[in-house]
Structures are given as C-alpha cells and as structure tokens.
Design a protein around this ligand. Sequence first.
Ligand SMILES: Cc1cc2nc3c(=O)[nH]c(=O)nc-3n(C[C@H](O)[C@H](O)[C@H](O)COP(=O)(O)OP(=O)(O)OC[C@H]3O[C@@H](n4cnc5c(N)ncnc54)[C@H](O)[C@@H]3O)c2cc1C
Length: 374
Amino acid sequence: MSGVKRIDPRRPYCLSPSGLRRIVLGESGGAGFQFGAMARPHKKVKPRRTHEPAKHWHMAIAHSNRGRLDDHAREAVAASAILATPEIGVIAVILGDLHEDIAALGADRIVVIPELDAARFQPQREEAVIQALLDEYQPAQVLMPDNMLGDGDLGRRLIAKHERAAAATHVVELDRQHVSVRWNSGTIFAKSILPRFVLLTPGTVDIELPFVGAGEQTAPPQISSVTEVCRDLGLEPTEMSDIALEEADFIVSAGNGVRNVETIDTLARTLGAAVGASRVAVDEGKLPRDKQIGASGKTVSATTYFAIGISGAVQHLQGIKSCRHVIAINRDAGAPIVKRADLTVIGDAEELMQALITRVEQARNQGEAGEVER
Ligand SMILES: Cc1cc2nc3c(=O)[nH]c(=O)nc-3n(C[C@H](O)[C@H](O)[C@H](O)COP(=O)(O)OP(=O)(O)OC[C@H]3O[C@@H](n4cnc5c(N)ncnc54)[C@H](O)[C@@H]3O)c2cc1C
C-alpha cells in the first residue's frame, strides 16, 4: 500500500458549465452543477444555465419552418442565453409551429404562436403580438436572425418602431459589451456598443451549448383583432432555377467529374435545389457562365452546398466559404473538397446521383417525404 488516496472513477460526476466531466468526492456538488449516474456514462447530462428566478429577460424572436428552427434561428436563441447573466431569463418567441424542444438552446421560457407562421404575411398582427410581449417582459436584449424569411423584415420594423439608434443589423460578432459588423466591403470589422436590438448574420454563434434552459412553455398574449394594412396574396411556388445562386439555400453544384448534366438537373429538381458549377464545368460548356461559383464567379452562402465531381480548388472554395454544410461526391478521397466537406461519399458521381434520385423518389412514394425533405 503506497498510502496515496485514489479516486474511484465510477463515483458520481458532475458537468462543469464548460461541458467537462468532473469526478466529485462528495455526493453532491456546488451550485450550477448537475449530477449524472455513472450507470449511463455515455448520456451527457447538461446542467441548467441558471437556477435563479429571472429578474430581467433576453428575448429571441424567430419564425419556425415546418415546426422546426433552422440553425440561424437557433443561433438567436443560443446568443440570448450566452449573453445572459444568472439573474437574466431567456424567452424564445417562436412564430409558427414548434415540434421540438429548444431548452437545449438555453430557452427558459418558450412562447409559440402557430398562427404567425412565415407562410402568411401579417406584419401588423406580428408587431402587435411582439409589442405585447416586449411590454410584458421588457427584455434588455432582443435577438433575431437577420434573414430574408421574415425575421429580417420583422426585426427592421421593430427597430424602426422602437429605437432606431439602439440597433445593429448584419452582426457577425458579439459579446456582452459589443457587436461587430463587416464594413468597407467586408475588409474591416466595425465595432460598437451592444444595442438592444441585434440582428445576427448566420454562423455568428455556436449553438452547441454546455448548458440547457428551463424550457417552460407559456401561453401567447391575447390580442384583440388587428387590421392589416397589407393584403396577403399568398405564396407562389418558384422554380429553383429562377432563384439567384446568391439567394439559394440549397445548391447542387457540378464539377469536371460530372459527365451528364441532365442527371445533375434531375437531382437538383428532385431535391429542390439550385444548380451551380465549377469553372472547369463552365469552361467545358456543361453549364452557363452565370452558374460559376468561386473567386471569378459567384459567392454563395447556402445552408447546404452539394459539390459533385468538384476537386475543391482554392478558387472554388473561396466562393463557398459562407456555406454552412458542404456535402461532396468524389471518387478521390484525397481531393481538397474532402477536407472542407462535412460529409463526403467516395464513388462515381453518375452512379451516386442516380442512386440518390431513385432513393428520394422511392421514399416520397412510400410517404417518407418528411424524412428526406430538408
Ligand atoms: C484566377 C483564377 C480564378 C479561378 N476562378 C475559379 C472560380 O471562380 N471557380 C472555380 O470553380 N474555379 C476557378 N478557378 C479554377 C480552379 O483553379 C480549378 O481549376 C477548378 O475549380 C477545377 O474545377 P473542378 O474541380 O470541377 O475540376 P477538376 O480539377 O478537374 O476536378 C474534378 C474532380 O472531380 C473528381 N471526379 C472525376 N471524375 C469523377 C467521377 N466520375 N465521379 C466522382 N468524382 C469524379 C476528381 O477526383 C476531381 O476531384 C480559377 C483559377 C484561376 C487561376
């Protein structure tokens, strides 16, 4: 016996706010820690961000899409929690249905307003409901995604109505004191004091938080009838090919490794994506010049960029640096695109595209559309 005291690794553990597991000597830990049973060590239990009753609030506002929040909307909720101190609660106001738990994004209180979904244009009603919530909670910070899907528009209307000076749009960096935006064609950062209304650019906030919120659902405010000044003429379906590549959220892009352009068109139609191309594919005459993506082509910021038979030359990568998820098909596992991609399938482009089209169509026919649609 050496006499050195040893710590049993099967003892209870707690998770620190930074997400690290700590083995503790007692049966219970300090404030802010949550205990997990070692019987299920793989299930990481995150601690609550705060147990203090909320004295003040941060508010995140975002439209949902078919009952889910996209990553950009999630960032607004996560940012509200990251900026909050323990006595500040986070309320997430979701316009549209919500079929998921967003406590993991740090939301302590959640207000879901299904009738204000983005498919209907009802600005006066939106403003009236948000105003009622702003009056009730008096949030110190209001965070929203700066997008073209209604949040950016609503955010600007709220800013114009409230306090034009205390607002920042296109925010790319923030902390408890400051926000930064790109200036001078993106060459420099302009920093200013954190204003009350903040509209975030996608990719500003890491949504993987080391804590969770209380996630308590609360009823929306009751608003008496509101007269809309605008008339909603409804939505008109648009062909993806009519959408400018810079605005497309999902792009399927062809490189020199694509032999058959018809297949890429069919795949794009099947997935509901716009079509892009590498310079070589354009030079070869496979696709028109306005489809070229890269340093001497277009810069895109799609949520999903599907690079098929594209090597990933530096000039091409320059055009997709703001894309959130990159999926690649390439028969060379050593191609530079593999390093950039979140997922790469190694194989023949034509074969894999055909297989994917068949699989998606089969799934749709079997009524699994919800699983394969984005
Ligand atoms: C000043 C300058 C500006 C440029 N601007 C741009 C620009 O804006 N955009 C741009 O894209 N490029 C640009 N380029 C060109 C760039 O350097 C590359 O040459 C180009 O991006 C390569 O295109 P690619 O990947 O489609 O073709 P390749 O380099 O030929 O790569 C083809 C890829 O497809 C894979 N492949 C081949 N066959 C198959 C198959 N059957 N199945 C699956 N995979 C297969 C290969 O493994 C390879 O990785 C520029 C170059 C210069 C010098």
